[in-house]
Structures are given as C-alpha cells and as structure tokens.
Design a protein. Structure first.
Length: 412
C-alpha cells in the first residue's frame, strides 16, 4: 500500500491501527533509548510464602459479608517503560501501595480478567480455557495504552498461584467448589496528565465468589433506559476495562429496586439486543420457517465482550446439536424479540459469563411490557440451556476430560 493510502487509512481507522501496532509489539521490546527491556517472564517467579496462613472459611461464610475473601497469596509484577517487567513475586496477600496521583485513579488505565478454578469430582484442580482470558487481557491492555505481555506467561503465573493456594483453599473434600481468579493491570505512574502511563503493575488474586447461575424462578431482565448505553461502536465494550462497568451501576441498581436482576442493554435507534448485565445474552426461538435457532449479538463491531463462556457455548452447540439448531451471530432487535413472543416462537433464553456461568432467563420487561420466557419443569433451565450448562460443567469439574479443562499441578 502506498504511503498516502496508509496515512489516509489511519485517518479513518486511527484507533484500530494504533491497537494493532500495540498488540504486534514483540515480547522483547526496546526502550526509547534503544536499550532492551525485560519481557514478563514467569520462569523467574520468586516465592515469599506467608508465615501466618489465613482462616479458610466455608463457602457460605465467605460470601456472607461485604468483603471479598481472598486466599493467602497474590502475584505481583511491576513494569516501567525504561526497564520493562520486573521479576514477578508470589507473596502474602495484602494492600497495594499507590500514590494519590497514580494514573489508574484518575484516567481509568485499568483492565482485568475473571476466571474460575474448579475442584473436580475426580479430585483434580482445573481452570477453564485460561489461554483465552490471557489473550483477551493483552488486548484490553493494548486498548488503554498499558504494557502488553506474552499471554502464556500470564497463564503460568496464574497456575503458580493456584498450585500454592489451591490445596488449602479448594481442598479435595470439597468437590464441586470453585474459586475466582482476578488478574489485574493498572497504570501506576504518579504524574497527573492525560498520557499513556510509563509505569504499571500487574497483580493476580484468588477469591471466593457466590454462585449466581440459579436465581429462583430464573433471571429477570429490565431493558436499558432510553438515555443510557453500556457501550458504543468505536468505544471499548469489547475490552474488559473498569470503565465499562462503573457507569452501568446506576441503571442496574434501579432495575434491582424494581425486582429485576440485571439490565438487558439495548443499542442504537433500533434497540439492538447486546448484553445482559455484564454477561453475553442468548435467545432460542423458532424462525417463521420452523427452524430452531440460537441467536446472539455478533463480535464484528466490537460492541460486546468476546466472552470465553460465550465462545464455548457456541462451539459446543455447533458441535453437539448440529442439524437440530442453527447458531446465528447477528444484530437483532428488541422488536424482533417482542414479535417472536407475540407469535409464540420464543423457546428459551440464557445469559453466559464467568460470574453467572449459564443462567436461564425467565422474564424481560420492556417499556411497560412483560415478556415471559419458557423454562424447564419446576423452574429448571430449558432444553438447550440445560444441555450446554451440563456439558460445560462436566468439563470444568472433570466429569469429562477435555483440553479446555487445564489441570493445575498442586504443591501439597
């Protein structure tokens, strides 16, 4: 492509071009003075184990209060533009030291991931598709001008932390239990000013999380208000950054006060269905030609998150229900959903994500109208929802041996 054409394309797609350059950075980059900077290297991880192990609560005890209970240790690594990544350290869980002028506190230079560790019924400890979370975190970091890293190194650091804390916090006598991993990357440069931070910190923690996939009677959604959107084309809805979530909390709080669990976020003048809260949203209906179809919003406009659970649901349904149900990723509107309801074509709906896992949806409220969505007998998930939830659960908890379930070598 000629230089003029390249410049013209960057004028049109400046953000996309900048992100592509950032994501294409080699693992071993160079500082502005030409000297080599260190990549994130999990093989150099140092261990500073706690001398005062914390009390391991029951699942009910851990989720009863207002504080998230974390395990004994965390992993940290700091980065600077001049030196690259420091030696990562596994050390006792505790507070972070930040200057009041740290970039993340003022300019939202923060991204994170969420995934679970599962104690299998075969006694083994597993995490689910961590390579996908690590790759997405690198993409999110690039989107908000934080340092990138080799995703495989992040997976190794998560594995190392679980190898140490897993045996005590997810003991073998608690099969069917899980913990939640939260790798986080924050800009720490202590200089006010709208700029890409020259210092950052990666940290990884492991915590308890309540079970959210089986609310009594199914999940109830309230469509988003006319004057609020969760994400927009050209924005950062596809990246897992903190700035995606804070602005949505007002609408979510209002919906819960009205008896609903989450917001069904609509987008644009036509009311495109996008996400259910922070989870991906799926509908199963019959088309007018009689074909059963599972439909969900597409990824091509980068409006929604490329959920790991979303991707897994679609892969399994395409594999195991081929010929029975057609999987469609396209834009579709709330009016299409209302029309399907009025014609008796709605079969079931569910939300999918790390927190809610695969959660059946029983109701959608839109502008004074309630849409009741069928569920299985006695409030159980519908047929497709139940099948995909069972398939994924079997992989996560070791009932089915699968490459997506990565076994952690534990340190006893």
């Amino acid at each position: 492509m000629a230089p003029t054409a390249i410049h013209n394309q960057q004028d049109v797609d400046l953000t996309a071009a900048a992100i592509q350059r950032k994501e294409a950075q080699p693992t071993k980059a160079a500082a502005s003075n030409g000297s080599a900077v260190a990549p994130l290297d999990a093989s150099k991880l140092t261990y500073n184990l706690t001398k005062s192990p914390r009390h391991v609560p029951s699942e009910a005890e851990a989720n009863a209060g207002n504080e998230t209970i974390c395990t004994d240790h965390m992993v940290t690594a700091v980065w600077s533009a001049s030196a690259g990544w420091s030696t990562p350290e596994l050390k006792p869980y505790g507070p972070l030291a930040l200057m009041p002028t740290a970039s993340c506190l003022h300019y939202a230079t923060e991204c994170f991931e969420g995934l679970k560790a599962f104690r299998g019924y075969d006694g083994r400890l597993r995490i689910f598709r961590p390579d996908r979370n690590a790759a997405r975190m690198r993409m999110s970091a690039a989107r908000i001008s934080l340092p990138v890293f080799e995703p495989a190194e992040l997976v190794k650091l998560m594995t190392a932390l679980l190898a140490v804390d897993g045996p005590r916090w997810l003991p073998r006598d608690r099969p069917g239990s899980f913990l939640y991993l939260r790798p986080t990357l924050i800009g720490t440069q202590s200089q006010l000013g709208v700029q890409s931070p020259k210092e950052a910190m990666l940290y990884i923690i492991v915590s308890f999380m309540p079970r959210m996939d089986s609310p009594p009677g199914g999940m109830r959604l309230h469509t988003s208000p006319e004057d609020m959107v969760r994400a927009w084309v050209g924005g950062f809805g596809y990246a897992k950054v903190g700035a995606n979530y804070g602005p949505s909390l007002m609408a979510t709080q209002d919906a819960r006060a009205r008896g609903f669990h989450q917001i069904l976020w609509l987008y644009g003048p036509d009311g495109e269905c996008t996400e259910a809260g922070a989870s991906n949203f799926f509908v199963v209906w019959k088309r007018r030609d009689g074909k059963k179809e599972l439909i969900t919003a597409p990824l091509d406009d980068k409006l929604i998150l490329d959920g790991v659970t979303r991707r897994s649901c679609l892969d399994l349904i395409r594999e195991k229900l081929a010929g029975e149900i057609e999987v469609t990723e396209r834009k579709y509107t709330i009016d299409e959903l209302l029309e399907a309801d009025s014609e008796g074509r709605l079969l079931e709906s569910f939300a999918a994500g790390t927190a809610y896992f695969v959660c059946p949806i029983s109701q959608i409220h839109h502008r004074g109208r309630d849409v009741s969505i069928p569920m299985g007998p006695e409030g159980q998930p519908g047929e497709v929802t139940g099948k995909v939830k069972g398939w994924l659960g079997d992989i996560m908890y070791g009932r089915t041996q699968h490459e997506w379930g990565v076994v952690i070598p534990e340190k006893e």
